[in-house]
Design a protein around this ligand. Structure first.
Ligand SMILES: [Ca+2]
Ligand SMILES: [Ca+2]
Length: 147
């Protein structure tokens, strides 16, 4: 195992490793909540990492999860927020992560959507989202109805 280091400026909150560029090599995605963006550090094969690409995330992201949430065969990033009642969604593509979208949860009055788990809780083959709340109710289950 070789260890590599890529410099990313800022306060990184969480990191996931997933093939978001759909080229077979796992990439690193780092949440940079203070900058409302993520750093995509592409895996370019044989353990090497390419140049850092900063992608706008639309909101300040806290906890990243890698999952093909829209079931198009490309791994996406879904994330909780560091300070809002929103989730962030960055769709994976053959060229990288697309700019972030936000999923507004204000109708559910859960305070800050501060943590996130992904699992197919209703056994329909689609990954569902379980959002941890900063207030009562403690969580919100969002069944996936993609596509
Ligand atoms: Ca996808
Ligand atoms: Ca499901």
């Amino acid at each position: 195992m070789r260890l590599a280091q890529k410099a990313v400026a800022g306060d990184a909150y969480s990191v996931v490793m997933a093939d978001v560029r759909a080229d077979g090599a796992p990439d690193l995605v780092v949440a940079l909540p203070g900058q409302k963006q993520v750093a995509l550090i592409p895996g370019i094969g044989q353990g090497a990492l390419g140049a850092v690409v900063l992608v706008p995330s639309g909101t300040s992201l806290q906890q990243l999860s890698a999952v093909d949430v829209n079931c198009d065969g490309r791994t996406d990033i879904v994330a909780s927020s560091s300070n809002e009642n929103k989730l962030g969604l960055l769709l994976g593509s053959d060229t990288g992560l697309q700019n972030g979208q936000t999923i507004d949860l204000s109708a559910h009055q859960i305070g800050v959507a501060q943590s996130l788990a992904v699992a197919d809780v209703n056994f329909d083959g689609l990954p569902d989202l379980l959002v941890g709340s900063s207030q009562t109710p403690a969580y919100l289950l969002i069944p996936n109805i993609s596509p």
